[in-house]
Design a protein. Structure first.
Length: 252
């Protein structure tokens, strides 16, 4: 008789909401959004469709839960890692440094989970009351407030950073470095070949018509996506700090 309760307990653990969300993330990582179906989940978890619906509701609700889980884990990890200072923006532990850490944490999460880029954009633009939007805006908005930005500009400044983040991850997700359909990238060799082709095409342009593009072709070939993303974050932060210099010094 003692064996039966233990077996029932293990079965409930397997069929918990957390386990179903975990399995959904695994499917999304390995095969993309198209693989996330009730059938694939029931096969992976050795259960019935009724159990899936009981714990997570609809498949759309499960997808939202998977997105929220990855974002929550990315943001939670930041509290356990000391942040490095932002070059040219002050010492570690400052509000702008916290914003940089959040942005990089989200960028790394999207790089690790290529399917996430498009889904985060959908959540933030179409579901502003959802948990993903709340997490992202709160994690960036709190240090923005600490920077000394006046309340009337909190939404505008925070939205500017969020929109930059969405654009950057969308671009990165559609390169060989991170594909939006959930495929495993071929690695740095594929990315290098892609950038080399692009840079070569730019260098072959007419120098009279495209002098600027030809001049930056080598930078395209050699750039690092994460460093480029960080450069954009730093530029936006410098603009914000310059716009509120007195308040910024008071906040410090």
């Amino acid at each position: 008789m003692a064996t039966q309760p233990r077996q029932s307990q293990r079965r409930r653990q397997v069929l918990s909401r957390e386990r179903i969300v975990e399995a959904a993330i695994e499917l999304l990582d390995t095969a993309g959004e198209g693989a996330l179906t009730v059938r694939t989940l029931t096969e992976r978890l050795s259960t019935g469709s009724g159990a899936i619906y009981h714990h997570v509701g609809t498949m759309n609700e499960l997808l939202e839960a998977a997105i929220d889980s990855v974002i929550a884990d990315a943001l939670a990890a930041l509290s356990t890692e000391p942040a490095a200072p932002v070059r040219g923006l002050g010492a570690a532990g400052t509000p702008e440094d916290e914003i940089r850490a959040v942005a990089l944490g989200l960028f790394d999460a999207v790089t690790e989970h290529p399917w996430l880029a498009a889904q985060v954009a959908v959540q933030i633009t179409r579901n502003p009351w959802g948990s993903v939007t709340r997490r992202v805006f709160e994690s960036i908005g709190r240090p923005m407030r600490a920077l000394g930005v006046p309340q009337r500009d909190w939404f505008a400044t925070t939205s500017t950073l969020v929109h930059y983040f969405l654009g950057a991850i969308a671009q990165n997700a559609h390169t060989p470095h991170g594909t939006s359909d959930g495929r495993t990238p071929e690695g740095e060799a594929e990315r290098a070949e892609f950038l080399d082709t692009a840079a070569g095409a730019w260098q072959d342009l007419d120098p009279d018509d495209y002098p600027f593009i030809r001049a930056i072709a080598d930078q395209v070939r050699e750039h690092d996506d994460r460093e480029q993303f960080l450069t954009g974050i730093n530029l936006v932060l410098r603009g914000i700090i310059a716009s509120y210099p007195t308040r910024h010094e008071i906040a410090r």
